[in-house]
Design a binder for this molecule. Structure first.
Ligand SMILES: [Zn+2]
Ligand SMILES: [Zn+2]
Length: 239
């Protein structure tokens, strides 16, 4: 049916979402990075990228870099916005803990009408980010630096949890680390980064600290996240 082919599929939305994340992380939008982020085989990704191109959501340059078309950018922003809005609604309105909402949002984001989106937006009040710190509306993202790069003695404010794989969120919540938290970086060691949050010690592994963006004073130089940091988990990805 001609009408059906005009609708973006769930699978296409998943790919558009990942391409959007690569953009946000400052990484090149390539099939190789998509394959890495989704932990899928290059041929699988190649096929879907071809479909996205045929359906008019992306274009591919000679060097294999992917760009969004206007329609692709609109769909990608839409799915990411709905995901983050749903997460915020689930925590703030329904009272679900923030380490339990990502997977729910992954399911709900594909089945949301504009009317429901409008109602949810009204229900979350002034909130501008998902509970993990990602901006609901595209274009207002503060860059930040990885917590792992910050020197001992610096003051930090937790900006964003870059990887939302549920097991990582459980780990961070158990450790007592969440967006908005202010702390001073203590003397860590080879394995762990240690924070002092008003006398409370918070300890996370260096690998996980790579996935936590902070505002730091003094700040190390900015650095883009690596594709691996989007996927350090058993899950395909989680963001
Ligand atoms: Zn999420
Ligand atoms: Zn989130």
């Amino acid at each position: 049916m001609a009408v059906m082919s005009e609708h973006v599929t769930v699978a296409e939305e998943e790919y558009l979402q990942v391409l959007f994340w690569l953009d946000e992380a400052g990484l090149p939008k390539t099939g190789a990075n998509v394959a890495k982020a989704m932990q899928l085989s290059p041929p699988t990704v190649h096929e879907m990228v071809g479909r996205l191109e045929r359906d008019g959501y992306i274009t591919r340059a000679g060097d294999k870099t992917i760009s969004f078309t206007d329609s692709g950018a609109e769909h990608a922003e839409g799915i990411v916005r709905r995901h983050r809005l749903i997460e915020r609604f689930l925590t703030d309105v329904l009272g679900i803990p923030w380490d339990e909402v990502h997977e729910e949002a992954e399911r709900l984001e594909h089945a949301m009408s504009p009317v429901l989106e409008e109602r949810m937006l009204a229900a979350i009040g002034d909130a501008k980010t998902c509970p993990h710190g990602h901006p609901i509306v595209a274009g207002i993202r503060v860059q930040g630096v990885p917590l792992a790069d910050v020197a001992e003695g610096a003051s930090v404010r937790i900006l964003r949890l870059e990887n939302e794989a549920e097991e990582l969120l459980h780990y961070l919540k158990d450790a007592g680390l969440e967006p908005g938290l202010e702390a001073v970086v203590g003397a860590g060691d080879e394995d762990d980064v240690v924070l002092d949050a008003a006398g409370r010690e918070i300890r996370v592994s260096r690998t996980v600290a790579e996935t936590v963006s902070v505002i730091a004073d003094p700040s190390p130089p900015a650095r883009v996240a690596l594709p691996d940091q989007l996927v350090i988990s058993r899950d395909r990805y989680g963001r």
